[in-house]
Design a binder for this molecule. Structure first.
Ligand code: HEM
Ligand SMILES: CC(C)=CCC/C(C)=C/CC/C(C)=C/COP(=O)(O)OP(=O)(O)O
Length: 256
């Protein structure tokens, strides 16, 4: 999904999907795999406690730490090679994203619920990697908007997951980012969802998505967020929120 988000940044720069896009997709996917493998080595103690993660190869003991590290290094080397083929900027941005995730977010996650806001930087950077691979200027407002939307999106994405696995996180002693700790669940949550919807509606306003299907895309983006606060629609909201990055990339691809 991170590679799909990177492809979205590439397509936004009006570069049609080509061999370079394939190298970008494979390179970011491998770098994200490396990030996850290193993360699973670093979090093998937490992963072994949580129902959600205790079947993972290192947490379950199926794979040793050295095996996990060799997979991580292999994925990192191959991903870096592929990204280097398309440019120094995408390679440097991917390495920065990897380091931010492993050296900042992963340790912070055990200490503060606000680690989520730090971690969301990692997930907001893949579109910038794709955009830079297509030759876009890093300060262009269009990619800043796309990355900003993906930053905002990760908070409701994770809130729903941590709600689903709250007991697991408590058992593992991972502090939860519960909107309720900010003077009641509704205001803080609603404020974030409104900001997310407003930012998403900037996409057609600034021409990032256009054409006759633009209103339909906006409906597909915003409906799960509008359903989010209602328990009975939780399943639909969860699915809709989780496929958002893929829908966004499709909308960018389909935009004239
Ligand atoms: C702060 C950033 C993020 C956090 C804390 C986070 C956390 C998580 C967690 C804990 C899961 C459950 C994994 C499992 O089932 O064991 C998950 C699943 C998932 N994440 Fe994220 N994630 C983040 C960013 C992203 C980004 C950037 C993307 C896509 C570009 C993404 C896409 C997904 C998807 C598609 C799933 C599968 C959901 C499901 O059906 O269970 N996440 N995420
Ligand atoms: C180019 C590149 C390196 C891209 C990767 C970007 C990336 C790692 C995005 C995911 C961000 C994130 C905080 C995931 C949750 O990790 P977690 O440790 O909370 O999840 P877990 O509990 O399931 O392990």
């Amino acid at each position: 999904m991170n590679a799909t988000a990177a492809l979205g940044g590439y397509l936004l720069c009006r570069a049609r999907p080509d061999l370079k896009a394939l190298s970008l997709f494979a390179g970011v996917a491998l770098m994200a795999c490396a990030a996850s493998a290193f993360n699973q080595v670093l979090e093998r103690d937490l992963d072994a406690i949580m129902e959600r993660t205790n079947r993972r190869p290192i947490a379950s003991g199926e794979l040793g730490v050295r095996g996990g590290l060799s997979i991580a290094v292999g994925a990192l080397a191959t991903g870096a090679l592929l990204l280097n083929l398309i440019g120094l900027s995408p390679l440097c941005l991917a390495i920065f994203t990897l380091c931010w995730y492993l050296l900042l977010y992963t340790p912070l996650k055990r200490r503060t619920p606000l680690a989520l806001l730090v971690g969301a930087v990692c997930g907001a950077l893949p579109p910038l990697i794709g955009w830079s691979a297509a030759g876009g200027a890093l300060t262009d407002f269009r990619i800043v908007l796309l990355c900003g939307i993906l930053y905002l999106w990760q908070v409701p994405h994770f809130w729903m997951l941590q709600k689903k696995h709250a007991e697991d996180y408590r058992r593992a002693g991972v502090p939860l980012f519960v909107p309720g700790s900010f003077r009641g669940p509704a205001p803080f949550l609603v404020l974030w969802l409104v900001a997310m919807i407003a930012a998403t509606l900037m996409l057609p306003v600034f021409g990032l998505i256009a054409g006759q299907h633009a209103p339909l895309w906006c409906l597909a983006f915003c409906l799960p967020l509008l359903l989010y606060p209602f328990e009975r629609w939780e399943g639909a909201a969860f699915a809709g929120v989780n496929i958002f990055p893929a829908l966004l990339t499709l909308a960018l691809y389909g935009s004239p």
